[in-house]
Design a protein around this ligand. Sequence first.
Ligand code: FES
Ligand code: MG
Length: 568
Amino acid sequence: MTRGLRKGLTSYGDDGFSLFLRKAFIKAMGYSDDALDRPIVGITNTYSDYNPCHGNVPQLVDAVKRGVMLAGAMPMVFPTISIHESFAHPTSMFLRNLMAMDTEEMIRAQPMDAVVVIGGCDKTLPAQIMAAASVNLPTVVVPVGPMVVGHHKGEVLGACTDCRRLWSAHRAGEIDAAEIDVVNGRLAPSVGTCMVMGTASTMACVIEAMGLSLPMSGTIPAPHAERIRLAEASGRRAAEIAVSGGPKPGDLLTPAAFRNAAVVLQAIGGSTNGVVHLAAIASRTPHAFTLDELDAIGRQAPVLVDLKPSGQHYMEHFHHAGGVPKLLAHLGDLIDLDAPTVAGGTLRDAVAAAEDVPGQDVIRSRDKPIKAVGSMAVLYGNLAPRGAIIKQAAASPALLQHTGRAVVFENVADMGARIDDPDLDVTADDVLVLRNTGPKGAPGMPEAGYLPIPKKLGRQGVKDMVRISDARMSGTAFGTIVLHITPESAVGGPLALVRTGDLIRLDVAARRIDLLIDAAEMAARQSAWDAQPPQPVPERGYARLYHESVTQADEGCDFAFMARRPGE
Ligand code: FES
Ligand code: MG
């Protein structure tokens, strides 16, 4: 087998000359022949001044390099795109597939026998794992880790569940401008990813449970020395699998791993974004991650982890309580412990090494769950023929069965312009509807699904309303919010047909979301929609590629042509 610098030689006539040339260039960096004549472990560098969540990446890269060298291999660091939630316009989801392509092609293009991908901010780990699944080179995932918590007036704060809560309080006039400025400096007190169970933490935990990273990698706080040691150990392990040739992502991304991922997603009260990412990762394997299986698992798997936004603790507390291995231990027979891991054994080994922490109250046992059923439910109905998601764990119980009058917003701009209008005809019993916010519609399926409570209702003390859209929602948000309505309105999904004043019925127990108009009226509205002139298409560049190729939420919003073809 060709290893190290000899892998994938660029053709300059003969291989001998191609290698000679490659070595001549790399020696410009001061490498010796001894260094170059070894297996190579590539390491992705996703540091960026625009990505504070990845602020510890340089330290982690150093530690991975040290681990690789201690094990006798050669580390080679290379850059890829980095994406931060707040700095990615129009949305980070729009760019996820670009990062997946960049990462995949750079792993393919450059000589390496294994790769360590270091990521964390929401879309980065999914992008990297989509890439790793497609390349199928031995891969170790190193999450950057969660931030430590912040404090304000004796209260513990976390990005960004408390960002929303406190901003809502400011909007309602409960917190003045001076105090909200102080809070602004306390919400994100260290580098690392949001320290609630947002998308970043969700994916870091799910990926650990899928065996793609070393035990405890999902939860160690970003600034802790333990995280640096984990990076060193990950580098060592990558050097070993560079030599042994496996396990590869394809050996780990099995039906059991996807099932385990769904159980953990439900049990941690995970982000709804995790559903889209797991579908995308699965689409690059021969296996599926379906909404029906997620819902079926949610009926068995309880919520056991007491973390914001559904619960009360933060990621560092989950870590100190035993992290993912302890959670897997509590989940018992819901988890397939024979699933292999990149560490070399199976999940059973990770569970056997899980720490017992007397008195901890973050990870519950199955006889004392936070919620007896999983955090998410999948809804169907005449408004969502291909499904929609509700995070029932973060919803108001009184609204889980609710019929209300629709108040429709055409798009994000329309919502921004009208939601706080004192003359807006809206009551707390209405259903707020937002459309044109799906994968193609916005584009990039923004996290606009958390429609704000209209200011005039907020001032009256209304904290939650039923809100429905084809958008996503930040994993750090909460409320009775129906998301990912598929097909989206921009491609003619039934959400496009709702009119202000229609009645909408949400029935989570029955798993239904319906527009209460008769079939003939629905058909008439659909014909009228179909007869409209099509919306303009982006003329060039990535936006055009995205528009032409992005799949719907149930399929993961990957590019259709990136999926693994049947039989491959
Ligand atoms: Fe990066 Fe929340 S903004 S993880
Ligand atoms: Mg997020």
